[in-house]
Design a protein around this ligand. Structure first.
Ligand code: PDD
Length: 285
């Protein structure tokens, strides 16, 4: 079955989908995106993703091209036309197309594209056995909280990880703090059992999965701290894990080749996997 994409008001097979060569997303990475998981025909944490999309658009001063209601309809129609009940949707909105100039016209019709992906987003072996992570310098700009399509440091970092035989690269800022992965949020559990993750400021993307995990931790009364942790803190961690829409909760078992804890997924990570799976199940039932 051909993959169908939504492109500027039309549903087209991928090979027929295209946008202008002067699209500002293409020329300046002047656009934002979301990735939302579809489980049992329902979008997971949809409201939080749409809220973040609205925020990203507002930060770039792009006027939303349609209401959330209309967006939700297009998302559903895109999945339906692809015959999907499980998978994920990619939504990209750019400022639109205009003759190339850094400054932008006051009003431009934004470009809206959606594509659908089939199947389980994450390799079950990673969920079970855990992942290897490497550390790289965080070379990104000062507004990592905006989910822009300007992802070059992230793609280069992920490729470095891949070539090192690792699943993810965690980025380390100039002060020696671990900010986040190239497409995931970073977490550690210290010797006292405290669960630590970088605060959701301009240095990281405030992950929707991160938000759900924090809410679950609070509900369970588990000790959490949103504060930056250093590479040294991480080396002394009992457990570490990463989260995203696509990865859910993946244990991290080595960092730069050194074992975290005993080099196996830890009990808190396992508990969080269960809590998150239950959350996903309950909210998409
Ligand atoms: N990435 N940090 C970064 C830099 C990310 O790109 C992502 C998501 C996350 C996790 O956010 P969430 O829990 O909302 O998925 C953290 C998506 C999945 C991607 O680029 O494909």
């Amino acid at each position: 079955m051909s993959r169908i994409a939504y492109v500027m008001g039309r549903y087209v097979v991928h090979r027929d989908g295209g946008v202008s060569i002067e699209d500002r997303g293409f020329q300046f990475a002047d656009g934002v995106y979301e990735v939302i998981a579809l489980t049992n025909g329902r979008f997971l944490d949809e409201a939080a993703h749409l809220e973040r999309l609205g925020r990203s658009l507002a930060e770039l001063r792009i006027v939303p091209p349609m209401s959330d209601r209309a967006l939700m309809q297009v998302m559903r129609e895109t999945m339906r036309r692809n015959g999907l009940k499980n998978g994920s949707i990619y939504i990209q909105i750019t400022r639109g197309s205009a003759p190339r100039e850094h400054g932008f016209p006051a009003s431009l019709p934004p470009t809206v594209v959606m594509t659908a992906k089939r199947g389980k987003p994450v390799d079950p072996r990673l969920l079970q056995d855990g992942a290897k992570v490497i550390l790289i310098p965080d070379i990104r700009w000062g507004r990592c909280d905006i989910k822009t399509v300007g992802l070059l440091p992230n793609t280069l970092g992920k490729q470095t990880a891949r070539e090192a035989g690792a699943f993810e690269a965690w980025q380390v800022d100039r002060d020696g703090f671990v900010t986040e992965g190239t497409s995931t949020n970073a977490w550690m559990v210290n010797a006292a059992g405290e669960i630590i993750t970088h605060p959701a400021n301009h240095r990281i993307l405030g992950g929707v999965t991160r938000g759900s995990i924090l809410a679950l931790l609070r509900r369970e009364g588990l000790p959490i701290s949103e504060r930056p942790f250093t590479v040294d803190d991480l080396r002394g961690a009992g457990e570490a894990f990463l989260t995203s829409t696509i990865s859910m909760v993946i244990p991290v078992v080595t960092v730069d080749g050194r074992a975290i804890g005993d080099g196996k997924p830890g009990p808190m990570t396992r508990r969080l996997q269960e809590l998150y799976n239950a959350h996903a199940k309950e909210t998409t039932a």
